[in-house]
Design a protein around this ligand. Structure first.
Ligand code: PMP
Length: 392
């Protein structure tokens, strides 16, 4: 069916090539292709058609602070957070970005005073997401500058990036610094039930989310921010305006439909069983995601134990308010340490066995650590754990 639809245009790309038993397995990026299997089963629930004349204007809602935000996307973002209970939305502005990466940059711009003598320091507790230093410094801004590990920061004003659950190690985090002159940006990309128990409704000043990790639609390039303060929301919107004059409406409409399909799967108005009143199977993304992650983490822990030379963070659990059950933390990345004395560069060692991972040094940590994506397709993940178990 998919191929027929694209008959008159070109077929879409499929991402990374399929793997075989002796391929190089690339688990360096957090490419969320694990979710393809779920969306293949959802029929037309997440499909959209856009006629040639639609989504042509730059503008979406000129009365909104974020004037390029599609009202339908705004509505589905709020609905999904209410369904999951992971973040407060009442009294917040919703802003859309080309991925949450753009909104991260927008937040740095919005929180840095325009006329300070010195660039604002941007810090995060190590191990921190490798893009934070890279994205902060690549244009050598006069407004802000990467300041390293939050725990060794000495100064008054700063922007602290708090990623929870944390990329790369899955840790549940709070801000490390507290000062009236400091600001925090909470990156909650992984605060969804497939990765971690939803223990509270987060209500920080600036919270970032993305479809890349919540539904797996990284290629749609849509992220959103929940922002309390109107002036901060206005400045963040200004950044997106100067950077890309808004955000693809086509992508926003698609993301809205995808989020709607997720919420519909859990809507209380539908019967609470696997089949809806029409007899169609209900598609529940977080059930699929959690089942997959539990299975993968147990396979990975068994492989690390069989090998005897790797260690992983301890499993933690908590009460999940979303499922009303005890659930484990199942991070989207494995923060793997090679314990063999003669291996000082774990990424290099794994590369020798055709497994590509990201070196700990990129996260401000030791080279004995690597970050491994847990979100690839089944075949790649299976070959990875099999190879890992055989390493001595
Ligand atoms: N924050 C974190 C913690 C991430 O891991 C990622 C993706 N790797 C992002 C933000 C960026 O996501 P997006 O695709 O929305 O730009």
């Amino acid at each position: 069916v998919g191929e027929l639809k694209y008959r008159s245009a070109s077929a879409p790309s499929t991402g990374k090539p399929a793997v075989t038993a002796d391929s190089v397995i690339n688990l360096d990026h957090g490419d969320p292709t694990m979710f393809e299997a779920f969306w293949r089963e959802t029929g037309d629930a997440a499909e959209i058609v856009i006629p040639g004349w639609q989504t042509m204007s730059y503008f979406s809602d000129v009365s909104n602070v974020c004037w390029f935000l599609e009202p339908g996307f705004d509505q589905q973002v709020r609905r999904l957070h209410r369904t999951v209970g992971n973040a407060a939305v009442d009294g917040y502005h919703v802003l859309v970005g080309t991925g949450s990466t753009q909104l991260f940059m927008a937040a740095l711009y919005a929180l840095s005073p325009p006329n300070a003598g010195e660039p604002m320091s941007v810090v995060s507790t190590a191990p921190y997401y490798s893009s934070y230093p890279a994205v902060t410094d690549f244009l050598r801004s006069g407004l802000f500058r990467w300041g390293g590990d939050a725990n060794s920061f000495e100064g008054e004003s700063y922007i602290e990036l708090v990623c929870s659950p944390n990329n790369p190690d899955g840790a549940i985090r709070e801000a490390a610094l507290s000062s009236d002159a400091g600001k925090a940006v909470h990156d909650l990309a992984y605060y969804w039930p497939q990765y971690t128990p939803i223990t509270r409704r987060a209500d920080h000043d600036i919270m970032l989310f993305t479809v890349s990790k919540s539904t797996g639609h990284a290629g749609t390039r849509i992220g959103w921010a929940l922002v309390k303060d109107r002036e901060v929301a206005r400045r963040m919107t200004k950044f997106v305006e100067l950077n890309t004059i808004g955000v693809s409406k086509d992508s926003q409409l698609r993301a809205a439909k995808v989020l709607k399909a997720v919420s519909d799967g859990y809507d209380d108005n539908e019967e609470d069983d696997e089949y809806s009143s029409s007899g169609a199977r209900r598609h529940r993304l977080f059930d699929f995601g959690r089942r997959k992650m539990v299975e993968r983490w147990s396979m990975l822990r068994a492989a690390a134990a069989a090998s005897g030379i790797f260690s992983l963070p301890e499993e933690t659990t908590g009460h999940c308010n979303f499922g009303d059950e005890t659930a484990a933390n199942n991070p989207a990345f494995a923060w793997l340490r090679c314990d063999r004395e003669d291996v000082e560069d774990c990424a290099g060692f794994l590369r020798g066995h055709k497994i590509l991972t990201r070196c700990g040094s990129q996260f401000g940590a030791d080279r004995r650590y690597v970050r491994v994506s847990m979100l690839d397709r089944d075949d790649a993940f299976d070959f990875f754990v099999r190879r890992l178990a055989s390493l001595k």
